[in-house]
Design a protein. Structure first.
Length: 83
């Protein structure tokens, strides 16, 4: 025999999980769009100070700094998310 209460409970769990995943998906999509705009803005700022094709050393230094900032930010966000 089918337990109607159990079916309702499972249905609610699925609905809740779906909504959580949908919010995560939409948040990620907005983050990607924002990152693409930031990429263009940062590239334009770098090109204003270092002309393309010149100063590859500066591009390497900037890439290392950005990577360091990204890792540091992810570390901080991970610690924040655990609390």
């Amino acid at each position: 025999m089918v337990n109607v209460e159990r079916v309702k409970q499972v249905s609610m769990e699925i609905t809740t999980e779906f909504r959580e995943r949908l919010v995560l998906l939409m948040t990620t999509a907005f983050g990607v769009v924002a990152a693409l705009f930031w990429q263009d803005a940062i590239r334009d700022m770098i090109n204003a100070f270092v002309p393309p094709g010149e100063g590859w050393q500066y591009e390497l230094i900037i890439a290392i700094l950005i990577t360091f900032l990204a890792v540091l930010s992810l570390y901080i966000l991970t610690k924040f998310g655990r609390k």
